[in-house]
Design a binder for this molecule. Structure first.
Ligand code: ZN
Length: 450
């Protein structure tokens, strides 16, 4: 039996009026989606390069992740259904055709014309991207905890936030509301904070982006972090005082690099090595992503105990923070596992290759001016993920607890300070930004308390 749920449209509309200022923006700088050579098609993050984009395209063709079946069920929320999957107009047509018998032909024609006009007047609902739908949910899905789908194409049920302050950690960029994760991830970050500070290896964690309350794609930045199993931990040591909310928005992370191939000894040291080693030692952690120069430094510092290095994977970006990824937790039957890391410490040919990839390109000698040619066709932008692209279970996750997703695109602004440069390939230390005008500050403060 089909059940049609009445939607309180007023309520839905009112939600749209609420300023949706949170997250995004600067996260784009931290982690830009792309697929690397490590696992083509698996979108980690880092800046786009021509080579990596080509790899990503190739990987898409290879379709490592099988296309998801079309959801069999209509979502409970009729508004969502309309937005994501416009229904065919066939039934209305059939209805118009039947009553012609009783009415004179002219009258019937007029009526048909009016109906048509009515249809044309109806505003067409825009199809919201999955980013819009998941980026605006403020609370977790009150369901049993489970990671749904793939790290860069999925969502999170039963996610919980890590406390903004805890023994040995502080969460940064609170306005983004990205401190959510699968309970297993939250427990793991807490454990890392507890153990690493207790052992006096590290002064405490500055926790960067985890996931949105219900996971899903983010308005900007990360391609992964969608299923509540990824966490970014800053490589900057935690100060020995409680940071204010404002400081957590504005404070810059520190680059660990001197140049594309070497760490900066002024920033990088024993503490970072011990912190990453401890994180890699946890059995739930499947991968840790760091910049190739950081991996090189870890290889050099490891000594004879090298088994943990296999989980530490070189990748673009990741010299302001490292990325911890755990495997599919038990009870997450729809969670798609990643292939295991190759054996060995990964300090040989693979690392050399990665260092070449991130090395600055030598300057090309000036080329004689060519006669003007036809401008190259711009590469079509990859279409944004919609709800229909995500596993069917993500509809349930989105609608759980009576959540009414927006029906129109909202402007979502991240006012927090960039934690990494725009271009992860360019090595530079984050410099303080000029002071912001008072107006922006107010808006940010508001956003961070929303
Ligand atoms: Zn990350």
């Amino acid at each position: 039996m089909a059940i049609t749920r009445r939607i309180d449209t007023c309520k839905a509309f009112a939600r749209l009026l609420v300023p949706l200022a949170m997250l995004s923006g600067s996260a784009a700088a931290e982690d830009t989606p792309l697929a690397g050579a490590e696992e083509p098609g698996r979108t980690w993050h880092g800046p786009a390069t021509a080579a990596a984009e080509a790899a990503a395209k190739q990987a898409e063709k290879e379709a490592l992740v099988p296309p998801l079946p079309k959801p069999a069920e209509r979502p409970a929320d009729a508004q969502t259904a309309k937005a994501a999957d416009p229904a065919p107009a066939a039934p209305a047509k059939a209805k118009d055709a039947t009553p012609a018998k009783a009415e004179p032909a002219e009258k019937a024609d007029k009526k048909a014309g009016k109906d048509k006009e009515k249809d044309n007047d109806k505003p067409k609902k825009p199809v919201l991207t999955a980013k819009q739908l998941f980026g605006t949910v403020k609370s977790g899905a009150p369901l049993a905890a489970r990671a749904v789908g793939w790290y860069s194409k999925g969502c999170l049920a039963g996610g919980k936030p890590i406390a903004v302050d805890g023994p040995g950690w502080q969460v940064m960029r609170l306005s983004r509301n990205r401190n959510w994760g699968h309970p297993d991830l939250v427990a793991l970050v807490e454990r890392l904070a507890r153990e690493t500070t207790k052992a006096k290896e590290w002064p405490g964690l500055l926790v960067g982006d985890m996931s949105q309350p219900r996971g899903g794609p983010m308005i900007s930045g990360h391609a992964s972090h969608q299923v509540g199993l990824d966490a970014d931990i800053w490589l900057t040591p935690m100060p020995d005082r409680k940071l204010t909310r404002r400081e957590r928005e504005d404070m810059s992370a520190v680059s660990m690099l001197k140049n594309a191939g070497e760490v900066d000894p002024k920033a990088w040291g024993e503490g970072q090595v011990k912190l990453i080693k401890r994180a890699a030692s946890y059995s739930k952690v499947e991968r840790i992503l760091v910049h190739p120069a950081l991996k090189k430094a870890l290889c050099e510092a490891a000594g004879t105990d090298r088994a943990w290095l296999s989980k530490v994977r070189p990748y673009f970006g990741h010299y302001y923070h490292f990325h911890v990824r755990i495997g599919c937790p038990s009870g997450s039957s729809n969670c798609q596992s990643q292939p295991s890391v190759p054996g060995g410490d990964g300090c040989g040919a693979e690392l050399t290759d990665w260092l070449k990839r991130v090395a600055p390109k030598p300057k090309q000698p000036p080329v004689a001016a060519k006669p003007p040619t036809k401008p190259a066709k711009p590469t079509p932008k990859k279409p944004e993920l919609t709800l229909a692209d995500l596993p069917a279970d993500c509809r349930t996750v989105l609608a759980a607890g009576g959540n009414v997703p927006p029906t129109e695109p909202a402007v979502i602004v991240d006012k927090s300070k960039n934690a990494a440069p725009e271009n992860d390939m360019t090595v530079r230390t984050a410099a303080p930004e000029p002071p912001k005008p008072e107006k922006t500050k107010d808006a940010t403060a508001k956003a961070s308390t929303n």
